[in-house]
Design a protein around this ligand. Structure first.
Ligand code: SF4
Length: 111
């Protein structure tokens, strides 16, 4: 089942924004039912005891704040890719340069 960019979920969101709360609620429940019936909905490939348990996964990621759950990366990358066009595809070079600078600083100051 395709969860990301799901047509039912998009419709639900549009109905909600239009103030059609009851219709939106029905569509939302239909979407969630389809996800439940689809079985494993988690795209994360890590061998993890929290696989598919979104409550535990999201709570842990909120707790450590190091990164987002894997299922959200595509949505965030979609937005970041659009923003990165402002610098004409130089984001990777910037990150590489900053990493090299940080590595150089660590080599000069081991503490
Ligand atoms: S929140 Fe975590 S457990 Fe839930 S689908 Fe995303 S990666 Fe998987």
């Amino acid at each position: 089942m395709k969860i990301d960019g799901n047509e039912l979920a998009i419709l639900q969101n549009e109905l909600d924004q239009q103030g059609k709360k009851q219709e939106a609620w029905k569509i939302k429940q239909e979407f969630l039912q389809q996800v439940r019936e689809a079985g494993d909905h988690c795209p994360c490939p890590e061998a993890c005891p929290h696989h598919g348990n979104c409550f535990e996964c999201v709570t842990l990621h909120r707790g450590h704040r190091d990164h987002l759950p894997m299922c959200m990366w595509d949505m965030v990358n979609e937005r970041l890719a659009a923003l990165s066009h402002m610098t004409e595809g130089t984001l990777r070079a910037y990150e590489d340069r900053k990493a090299a600078e940080a590595a150089g600083n660590r080599a000069e100051d081991p503490e």
